[in-house]
Ligand binder design. Structure first.
Ligand SMILES: O=C(O)CCC(=O)C(=O)O
Ligand SMILES: [Fe+2]
Length: 189
């Protein structure tokens, strides 16, 4: 992938931070700390502060616990680095005839994850979310698109991407699912 493109796309981007506090729960199997999701950003850097287990990722349909390592950061790929084709009419009803796509054309997959709680001890984590500059166009990197690797996404302004995320309906689907076009090229998974 073209280095200058990546620098231009992600250099001096936006960063947000979330601190998560999960109190202990006497019946942990009846609650969820943070519901299943994929991060809508490009990259997440996550620190599990007090070495308590709780983070899980979904692999082949199974929830896998991530054991905290002292002083280790977890790096998650977010939706901007993955995404498939968008359903513009659902996610962005205020814009017509948009082209949508996302950076690695689904070569890197954004990971579905959640946090569970336990009955013993509180758990704390800090996530920092890194995104493109707000005036950038989010789409497959031109240098990786060819006749053999056709674009799976169209492209969209980062501001519209964020707006579509916050305007979406809060149901069980991820933002990726909201935006995915289901057709013969890109069947529902
Ligand atoms: O608490 C955790 O380990 C996960 C936090 C997380 O996924 C998030 O803040 O987006
Ligand atoms: Fe997350």
């Amino acid at each position: 992938m073209d280095e200058e493109y990546i620098r231009e796309m992600f250099g001096e981007g936006t960063q947000a931070m979330r601190m998560n506090y999960y109190p202990p729960c006497p019946q942990p199997d009846k609650v969820i700390g943070l519901t299943s999701h994929s991060d809508v950003v490009s990259l997440t850097i996550l620190l599990q502060i007090n070495q308590m287990e709780g983070l899980q990722i979904k692999k082949d349909g199974v929830w896998i616990p991530i054991i905290p390592l002292p002083h280790a950061f977890i790096i998650n790929i977010g939706d901007i680095l993955e995404v498939n084709k968008y359903d513009a009419t659902v996610a962005f009803p205020f814009k017509k005839n948009l082209n949508y796509q996302i950076v690695t054309n689904a070569a890197y997959r954004s990971i579905e994850h959640r946090a569970v709680v336990n009955s013993e001890k509180e758990r704390l984590s800090i996530a920092t979310f890194y995104s493109t500059k707000i005036d950038r166009q989010i789409g497959p990197a031109p240098s990786i698109i060819s006749a053999k690797n056709l674009a799976k996404f169209r492209s969209i302004e980062a501001a519209d991407y964020v707006r579509g995320y916050f305007a979406r309906k809060l149901d069980k689907r991820s933002y990726l699912d909201v935006m995915r076009i289901e057709n013969s090229e890109n069947p529902a998974s």
